[in-house]
Ligand binder design. Sequence first.
Ligand SMILES: *[C@@H]1O[C@H](CO)[C@@H](O)[C@H](O)[C@H]1NC(C)=O
Length: 211
Amino acid sequence: MSQIQEKSPQHCAKKKLININKHHKRLIYTFTTFILSILLLILLVWFILHPTKPEFALKEADIYQLGLSGSHLLNSSIQITLLSRNPNQKVGIYYDEIQVYASYKGQRITLDSSIPPFYQEQKDNNLLSMVLVANELPVDPSFAYEMGRDQMVGRLALDLKSNGQLRWKIGTWVSGRYMFIVNCVVVLPFGSSAPAGPLTSKQGTQCSTTV
Ligand SMILES: *[C@@H]1O[C@H](CO)[C@@H](O)[C@H](O)[C@H]1NC(C)=O
């Protein structure tokens, strides 16, 4: 006759339950530790490499056309060259989408021009050239007056606005998409006598970037 160690079947069931609970707890601990370690690793990598936002400068802006048909339909043609620079030593940048347009006194004067997606290596520079145009784009009636005033003063301030999406590449890991915005302000000479070639040109302006 073997001795029964458990006092009752009820007690036996309770013990089993405790065992399962212990097992679950261990699993949860292991899982939590695992997740925390991964998060810590990502944070560490992020802080060690911390991507610096890309830099943009306006190398050149040439206005070829900026004229009204009637009182409020604008034709414009502006050629710009942007210098894009990745200041990071260990982080590459995928530019998935960049759209650029020009604005004057808070109103849009060209349509969007998009730059095809490209990858920028660490510490690399790229020149991005594009023509921003509009054909009979409706503008505010104050446009003609503002232009006339700027022509008298002899200069004209243009905003070049760009927004896009980028992804950081660290080693073989690629981040999710981040929105970024670039803003360039350029003040161009704007005389009444237009020489041959562009109406007006300007070289070299730093732009601000927000990621
Ligand atoms: C603007 O463009 C339209 C269509 O291309 C043309 O008919 C019109 O003459 C242009 N206006 C000016 C001021 O160049």
